[in-house]
Design a protein around this ligand. Structure first.
Ligand SMILES: C[S@@+](CC[C@H](N)C(=O)[O-])C[C@H]1O[C@@H](n2cnc3c(N)ncnc32)[C@H](O)[C@@H]1O
Length: 261
């Protein structure tokens, strides 16, 4: 009886989580594919996506796949007007890729199979972030690099290299990159201000940076060296109080998309 009630509650939570997704984004075809859910994979995802209640079963796999793709479609649609008018990037750095959805999504949707993706993240067992623009910690990594590479391989990605943050600090990564981006990581949980020196060092005069930020994001002194625009960004969840934007930054002129910061 108790087990039946528990199972009913879990199913209800899953149904609610699915209904909470933006219907337009959630109805788009999946580009990032989730492999069969094992207990290890579910544990790793739950550490990164703390708001999701997932179990090692097919229903959870399909829900997570839907949520990951809805978020990625929103990001792709925000960036496409700016990126499609520019040359394909040769070197791309993603900071905090989690389970790798964005590298898969961008490679497939922008046709960046020839671009070299460097994915910077670290293994970790606890989630250490503030909801909004927190300080920088050296031990805030909650990734699982083995599973990251399993998921990238499962999606057929060949153009990636993982940089283990425990072995190489961001300050020691070799640049420059044509595109640096970070979604729900730098700029969102951890303030961009604390990372801007490391990121600037990895950019040249033409490089582009893209960061998911909160809607009330404000410029700061060291960002004044860049042209900055905020692109509208649709979140995966429909009824969210979360206001989001995509910060685009470059020393070069930016396409006239979104609004200037
Ligand atoms: C909330 S997850 C976002 C994952 C992925 N970008 C997404 O949107 O699905 C935050 C990611 O940032 C990574 N991270 C934590 N601290 C970091 C740091 N100091 N520098 C770079 N990445 C960090 C975590 O390990 C985790 O993979």
């Amino acid at each position: 009886m108790f087990a039946a009630a528990q199972s009913w509650l879990k199913q209800r939570k899953m149904a609610k989580a699915e209904q909470a997704l933006d219907p337009e984004l959630a109805s788009k075809p999946p580009v990032f594919l989730a492999p069969p859910f094992t207990p290890d994979l579910v544990a790793a995802i739950r550490l990164i996506s703390t708001q999701l209640t997932l179990e090692p079963n097919e229903k959870s796999r399909l829900l997570w796949q839907k949520e990951q793709n809805a978020a990625s479609w929103g990001e792709y649609e925000a960036l496409a007007p700016a990126l499609q008018s520019l040359d394909k990037p040769k070197r791309v750095l993603e900071i905090g890729p989690g389970m790798g959805r964005s590298a898969v999504f961008f490679t497939k949707k922008f046709g960046w199979q020839e671009s070299e993706f460097h994915l910077f993240d670290g293994n970790g067992n606890s989630t250490k972030y503030k909801y909004k623009r927190g300080p920088r910690f050296e031990d805030s990594f909650c990734g699982n690099l083995k599973l990251l590479s399993t998921l990238l391989d499962y999606n057929g990605l060949k153009n990636y290299k993982i940089i283990d943050a425990q072995e190489r600090a961001l300050a020691k990564v070799d640049g420059p990159y044509d595109l640096i981006y970070s979604f729900y990581a730098i700029g969102f949980h951890w303030s961009l201000e604390h990372f801007i020196d490391d990121i600037s060092r990895l950019m040249n005069d033409k490089s582009l940076g893209a960061f998911i930020v909160h809607g009330d994001f404000q410029s700061f002194s060291r960002l004044k060296n860049f042209n900055c625009r905020i692109l509208p960004l649709k979140a995966a969840k429909k009824r969210t109080t979360l206001r989001l934007g995509m910060l685009l930054m470059s020393k070069a002129a930016l396409p006239e998309v979104g609004r200037p910061l």
